[in-house]
Design a binder for this molecule. Sequence first.
Ligand code: HEM
Length: 405
Amino acid sequence: MTQLAGQPLPLACFDPSAPEVQRDPYPHYDRLLREDPVHRGVNGIWFVSRYDDVRTVLGEDRLVRQGIRDFWSQLVGPGPLSGILSRTVLFQDEPDHTRLRTLIMPAFAPRALRALEAEIDRLVAELVGQDAGELDVINDVAYPLALGVISTVLGLPAHDRDRLRAWSLRIGPTLDLAAGPAEIADGQAAMAELTGYLTDLVDTRPASGDLLGILCADGDTSREEIIAMVVTLIFAGHETVTNQIGNGVLALAAHPEQLELLRSRPGLVPGAVEEILRYDSSVQSNSRQLADDLELGGKTLRRGELVVALMGAANRDPARYAEPGRFDVTRTGVHPLSFGSGMRHCVGAVLARLELVAAFRALVRLPGWRLPTDPDALQYQRSTMFRGVLSLPLAHEAQTPRRTP
Ligand code: HEM
């Protein structure tokens, strides 16, 4: 335990919504990992930080989602938000979870995604300009890429992407413990507009080979479930990738020698993406409710209690990674828990990696990176679960054209 003037300091009650934790959670995780890896924090919630324990929590079928769904539904109150929360695959337990997950899995299998690789490269080339200048990594590159890709998979009209982004930005803040009544009311209105838009699309959908067409043709899935699935995929498929690109650019900008290494050895980019996911994940945590008692880290967690698995902490567990706070794009054996684990492992992990690798290949090629804004002044999204900046200006020099053989 930390000593101050000979007095042991008790580990404070961990609260992921505290502004200092949201700004930089890593010193707090470090303390949890060292002093109390299975910690009873704010509101009696258990916070689990060790790599192996996080894997247990995410993979255990004694840990379910129902209580979490009820918690969020209560928080936002009746309305379109809880309509979606009650049907999304993210909050279902068995057998509905597997039924809904199985419906979308084939569309995100490596073989199905192969055809999308050229489209991802085309989008990246269009978004990452080669002339000298300044771009906003989040708004000019990351979000149009991630939303463009998931819209293509779903078969959503390209001209509606700005509207989808605008709805998404209004709904996002409602998925936070600190959401106020005004944010929730605006999120409800935005969700009503989004579900209205999707209902029209579903009702007028001709048979098609994209994912929305496949979902509409499935006789066992209700219209409400289809809409909840599309909303889930729009969110899960673009907020996460967008934030991850921003977090990776920030890590590289803070470690210019690592950026230089990637520039001189672009073959390191896929490994660097794993390190970026480990070092600063865009999804920091996930929650469950205990359907039965569980012994973990010498403590007894009781049926009905809520448990938060801190993947952001597990990715920095010194028992798993040597010098976990060091950002090293050549690190080997990196298996970040950023995509979760077990039966709920992220359906979009292969797609996300394709997008991240394509984005970083193009971004690291831009010479003379400079962050015109002090990183300490950047504004992070307010969320206990997601981590990412709202805007990230990046100045760069002109790219010398690659010689064609
Ligand atoms: C860097 C990008 C991403 C990260 C860090 C991420 C992270 C995660 C995590 C941690 C989970 C597990 C949730 C849990 O345990 O309850 C998850 C589930 C999921 N993700 Fe992702 N995700 C990313 C990108 C994507 C993309 C591109 C898609 C688009 C298809 C996607 C779709 C999903 C879906 C549908 C689930 C639910 C799986 C289930 O409950 O069985 N994700 N994601």
